[in-house]
Ligand binder design. Structure first.
Ligand code: PGA
Length: 253
């Protein structure tokens, strides 16, 4: 069975002490994750080492960075490279979150570069895609998301995409309290899997974990994750509350 993943995206929230307390509170529940279930915490850069230390010894818990730079190294004051993340043992990195695309003007090519660097350094990307409201209202969301996948992933050899992680996050559902209906999520997830299958074949497409993101909370996680092509969630706001995120992990298939 492909991996089912609950990924917390803390964004730019929490002090160091709050972050540690939140991790402890989730881990203290001693949730037994099945071999195919993962819980990932995407924490701010300054907390990566602390978070990695806290989860040490817990099976199937991982730490992710929320971003990385698209150049390998050099005179880029303030940026964080993929090799820096890999050198401290970070497992995953979120690539192409809509907030990065929108506020930091990250384009398809930059994201493709980031993905390449991740593969060079054995860091696992969590590649985000998803349409704004205007695109959904125009009914062209499938083409929009297909372009995002094609422009940043299709240069890759299929072997790289075995067990890859994609997060579909409709922008109109992020932080708005408006969730896509489980039917809307399933429809887009199926489309994403079909797009990947047309390019790379059924085996690879079937191995890719496609997470849904956008106002996932304890109350709606089980229904959304229950859809055939939804393999868990990328969770912002609700991941900042230990009880909520714990319940979301428990909702994994
Ligand atoms: P949200 O954020 O759960 O607060 O909507 C999701 C995300 O942006 O990853």
């Amino acid at each position: 069975m492909r991996k089912q993943i609950a990924a917390a995206n803390w964004k730019m929230n929490l002090t160091f002490t709050e972050a540690k307390d939140l991790l402890d509170a989730v881990l203290n529940n001693d949730l037994e994750l099945a071999p195919h279930q993962l819980a990932i915490f995407a924490v701010p850069f300054p907390y990566l080492l602390m978070a990695q230390e806290v989860i040490r010894g817990y099976n199937n818990y991982f730490i992710a960075a929320q971003n990385c730079y698209f150049q390998k190294s050099g005179a880029y004051t303030g940026e964080v490279s993929v090799s820096m993340l890999s050198s401290i043992g970070t497992s995953f990195v979120i690539i192409g979150h809509s907030e990065r695309r929108e506020y930091f003007n990250e384009n398809h090519q930059m994201l493709a570069n980031k993905i390449n660097l991740c593969f060079d350094e054995n860091l696992k990307p969590i590649f985000c895609c998803g349409e704004p409201l205007s695109v959904r209202e125009a009914g062209i969301q499938n083409d929009y998301v297909e372009t995002q996948l094609a422009e940043s992933l299709f240069h890759l050899d299929g072997s790289k995409l075995q067990d890859f992680v994609i997060a579909y996050e409709p922008i109109w559902a992020i932080g708005t309290g408006k969730t896509a209906s489980s039917d809307q999520a399933q429809e887009m997830h199926k489309h994403i899997r079909n797009v990947m299958s047309d390019k790379y074949g059924d085996d690879i497409a079937g191995s890719i974990s496609i997470l849904y993101g956008g106002s996932v909370k304890a109350a709606n996680a089980a229904e959304i994750f229950g859809q055939q092509d939804v393999d868990g969630g990328l969770v912002g706001g609700a991941s900042l509350v230990a009880g909520e995120f714990t319940a979301i992990i428990k909702s994994l298939k």
